[in-house]
Design a protein around this ligand. Structure first.
Ligand code: 1CP
Length: 370
C-alpha cells in the first residue's frame, strides 16, 4: 500500500514544544492545513472539503479490499483500515481523511453482542431496556481497541500534512441502536424509555458518554487531528427534549476531550431546530444538513463556531451543471461565515458515482481559491 499522491510524512517538532506522551508529532504543515485552519476560524487558501462516509461506500477499490471480510472484522484490521481510510484522499484529493470504522465499534469492543448486517446496519442481539442491562455497558479501555491505536499510528505516517478526523457516535444515537436493537425509523422504544424512566435514561446516556469520550481520547492520543461526534438520529427530538434528555451527555463528551485542543465537530440529521442547543453543547464546528441554508444556520448556532456542510447528497445524482449550481448556492450562503468546511448534508449515498465527488472537490477548491 502506498499513498503516492500524498505529501511525505514529516516529523519536525511543533513550535509549541514536544507533543504530549503518546501523541503523534504535529507538523507545522498539518497545523496549517486548510481544514484545521477553517475549524479554528482562521483565513484559508481555499474552502476545505471532505465528505461524511467518504471511506467505504461505492469506491471500486474499497469493494475489492473488503471482499469476503465482514464489516466489523474489517474495522479491527489496521492495514485494511489504513488502506480504506486513504483511498478517498488519494482519489478525490479531499482536505481531510476520516478514520474507517463504525459508531458501534466501541460497543462491540466492550463485549456487547452485536453485528453489522449488510444492507441493514447494526443489529444488537439483546436490546438494552432495563436497569440490569446497564451492567453490560462497562468502561472502555485503550486495550479494548488497540487496533485503533495501531491503525492511527500507521495512518498519520502516511497522511503527512492531511488531517485525520476521528469519530464516535453520540450518546443518543448509540442509545437508539442499543434500545431498539437495530436501525429504527421512529425510535419508539428509545422514546418510551426516555419519557417513561428518565432516571434510567440519564444513567444509560451517562454510561455511553463515558464510553464515547474514552473512544475519542484513544483516537486523539494516537494522532487524530480532529474529532466528529455523530448524533445522526437526534433530529427526532424537540429542542426542549434535546436540552433535557440529550444535551448533558453530549456536553460531557465535548468537555472530556476539550483539553487536547483538537477541533470538535458536532453533527446530526434533521437538526435545523436543534442547531442552537447543539452549538451550546460545546463543539467548535457544527455540521448542518441540507435543509437549512448556512447563513441561516449561522444565525441559529451563534458566533464563535465554524460550520460544516451542506450540499444535499442526492444532488450528486444530477447533471454536472446542476451539481455546480447547487454547490454555488452553498458557497454563496457560506460567504460571510467565520469558518466553513464544505461537506455534504449527510453521508455519501452508496450508489454515488465516485467521479462526481472528485469533480465536486475540485470545483469547490477552484471556486474558493483566494
Ligand atoms: O465516514 C466514513 O467514510 C467512515 C466510515 C463510517 C462512519 C463514519 C462507517 C462505515 N460508519 C460510520 C458512522 C455511522 N454508522 C453512523 C453515523 C454517520 C451517518 O449518519 O451516516 C451511523 C448512524 C452508523 C450506523 C450504521 N452502520 C448504518 C446505518 C444504519 C441505519 O440505522 O440506517 C450502517 C448501514 C452501518 C454499516 C456501515 N458502516 C460503515 C460502512 C462502510 C457500513 C456498511 C458495511 C456493510 O454493510 O458491509
Amino acid at each position: 500500500m502506498s499513498a503516492n499522491d500524498l505529501p511525505p510524512a514529516r516529523s519536525t517538532s511543533p513550535a509549541g514544544g514536544a507533543p504530549s506522551a503518546g501523541q503523534q508529532p504535529t507538523t507545522d504543515a498539518l497545523r496549517d492545513s486548510a481544514f484545521l485552519r477553517a475549524c479554528r476560524r482562521e483565513p484559508v487558501p481555499h474552502t476545505p472539503v471532505w465528505f461524511m462516509r467518504q471511506a467505504g461506500r461505492s469506491l471500486p477499490e474499497y469493494l475489492k479490499v473488503r471482499e469476503g471480510v465482514p464489516m466489523l472484522e474489517s474495522c479491527m484490521r489496521p492495514e485494511l483500515v489504513t488502506e480504506i481510510t486513504l483511498q478517498p484522499v488519494r482519489r478525490h484529493k479531499v482536505d481531510a481523511a476520516i478514520y474507517f470504522s463504525d459508531i458501534v465499534v466501541p460497543l462491540k469492543a466492550i463485549g456487547i453482542d452485536l453485528d453489522i448486517k449488510p444492507g441493514v446496519g447494526p443489529v444488537v442481539a439483546e436490546p438494552v431496556r432495563r436497569r440490569e442491562d446497564l451492567a453490560r455497558l462497562r468502561d472502555l479501555t485503550p486495550e479494548d481497541v488497540s487496533y485503533v491505536t495501531e491503525a492511527i499510528g500507521m495512518l498519520t505516517g502516511e497522511l503527512g500534512a492531511t488531517p485525520l478526523i476521528g469519530f464516535a457516535g453520540a450518546p443518543f444515537t448509540l442509545a437508539s441502536y442499543l434500545v431498539e436493537g437495530g436501525p429504527s425509523r421512529n425510535h419508539e422504544h428509545t422514546k418510551a424509555l426516555m419519557y417513561g424512566d428518565p432516571r434510567l435514561w440519564a444513567d444509560l446516556l451517562d454510561r455511553l458518554a463515558g464510553i464515547t469520550a474514552a473512544f475519542l481520547k484513544v483516537q486523539i492520543e494516537a494522532g487524530a487531528s480532529a474529532v466528529q461526534l455523530f448524533d445522526s438520529w437526534v433530529g427526532a427530538l424537540s429542542p426542549a427534549d434535546y436540552r433535557r434528555f440529550v444535551m448533558p451527555a453530549s456536553a460531557t463528551v465535548f468537555a472530556e476531550v476539550e483539553g487536547y485542543g483538537v477541533p470538535r465537530i458536532h453533527f446530526g440529521v434533521g437538526t435545523g431546530e436543534l442547531l442552537g442547543p447543539m452549538g451550546e453543547a460545546g463543539a467548535d464546528v457544527v455540521g448542518v444538513d441540507w435543509r437549512v441554508p448556512l447563513d441561516e444556520a449561522a444565525r441559529r448556532v451563534g458566533p464563535g463556531r465554524a460550520l460544516q456542510g451542506n450540499l444535499d447528497p442526492a444532488v450528486l445524482f444530477s447533471t454536472p451543471e446542476a451539481v455546480e449550481a447547487k454547490t454555488r448556492e452553498v458557497l454563496d450562503a457560506a460567504r460571510g461565515l467565520e469558518g466553513h468546511i464544505f461537506n455534504l448534508g449527510h453521508g455519501v449515498l452508496p450508489t454515488t458515482d465516485p467521479d462526481a465527488l472528485t469533480r465536486l472537490t475540485e470545483y469547490v477548491h477552484t471556486r474558493t481559491a483566494r
